[in-house]
Design a protein around this ligand. Structure first.
Ligand code: SF4
Ligand code: SF4
Length: 319
């Protein structure tokens, strides 16, 4: 009942700490990922480290025909997915629309800028955008809201995990996630997790031991940065300024803003182009946003029905 009442008054806007919001007393600072895609080299060490640490089965190494992407999308057996986007001509818009597409130093570990090594040919009108995607660990997580068994929950670190032993495999969370992240495992046969909802845990078991999640630990370029969310947001804002100043025209942060449709995300990104280019929803909204209002309306309708029934009963008694 208390959960129901707190749902009625729950705010979906502004700065909310999911750990406090879920009743943890004196939780540690909220933890998260800042994924700076501008320095991702597409090595997939994050995908491999995630699989190794979390004992995730391989999900078919197939050529997707989509550049060097061989895992396709986030899913039950892909908790980190490295997207490869090939852009023929870097997009120029806004204040930099008239600027020539000169190479921009993104801070990659390379001895020279692209096209400036002595044996380089003509600079190509082409670039790769690479982005290691992951569960966003939403502040307002629809997957948590709809789970009927409480298997999905916020942890004391503000992250979102699935408790496999109490997931009943109903799949409500799969359709509720606005990012298409969570999925039930379908194989291999004999795996005890078959049928159970699966997604990144932000390596909860490592966090409880004061360790860095496996993907961030393995990333050779620090494209994936782990830490206290407030500090990561400050770091990301500085990196954004740096790239804007360097002339990168469409660089933007994605998911950091607590005023967005999911109250901000614990895993957020620096992108070099619009989210749609990376296959990310531009304006995600928590799918349970109107649940409080719906409960209120249902309660009012119930009271009205009850009142009507009592009135009819009383009128019937008089005649
Ligand atoms: S991205 Fe999807 S699965 Fe991850 S916390 Fe948000 S709603 Fe849940
Ligand atoms: S480990 Fe780092 S550099 Fe390599 S693909 Fe993942 S995010 Fe990119």
């Amino acid at each position: 009942m208390s959960a129901f009442l707190s749902d009625l008054g729950r705010s979906f806007f502004g700065d909310v700490d999911p750990a406090h919001d879920n009743g943890y007393q004196d939780p540690p600072p909220r933890k998260g990922f800042f994924t700076d895609t501008s320095v991702c080299i597409g090595c997939k060490a994050c995908e491999v480290a995630c699989k190794e640490w979390n004992l995730i089965p391989e999900d078919g190494l197939e050529l997707t025909g989509d550049s060097y992407d061989n895992t396709g999308a986030l899913g039950a057996s892909t908790w980190r997915h490295v997207a490869f986007i090939e852009q023929e001509v870097p997009t120029r818009s806004g204040a930099h629309a008239a600027a020539p597409a000169a190479p921009v130093d993104l801070g990659m570990p390379a001895p020279t800028l692209p096209g400036q090594s002595p044996d380089a040919g003509e600079p190509a009108d082409f670039r790769w955008l690479m982005e290691s995607d992951v569960c966003k660990h939403c502040t307002h997580a629809a997957c948590v809201d709809v789970c009927p068994t409480g298997a999905l929950m916020h942890t004391e670190f503000g992250t979102v995990v699935v408790q496999s032993d109490i997931c009943n495999g109903c799949g409500y969370c799969v359709s509720a996630c606005p990012y298409g992240v969570i999925e039930r495992r379908s194989g291999p046969a004999g795996d005890p997790a078959v049928g159970i909802a699966q997604k990144c845990t932000l390596c909860y078991d490592r966090l409880t031991e004061g360790q860095t999640p496996a993907c961030a630990k393995a990333c050779p370029t620090e494209s994936i940065q782990f830490g206290d969310l407030d500090e990561l947001r400050e770091r990301a804002a500085g990196r954004l300024d740096q790239l804007v100043e360097a002339g990168e025209p469409n660089v933007q942060l994605y998911g950091h803003d607590s005023r967005n449709g999911v109250g901000g995300t614990g895993a957020f990104f620096l992108l070099l182009d619009d989210p749609e280019v990376y296959g990310l929803p531009p304006d995600p909204v928590v799918t349970t946003r109107h649940v409080g209002a719906m409960w209120r309306q249902a309660a009012l309708a119930g009271v009205a029905l009850l009142g009507g029934a009592v009135a009819a009963f009383a009128a019937g008694g008089r005649s």
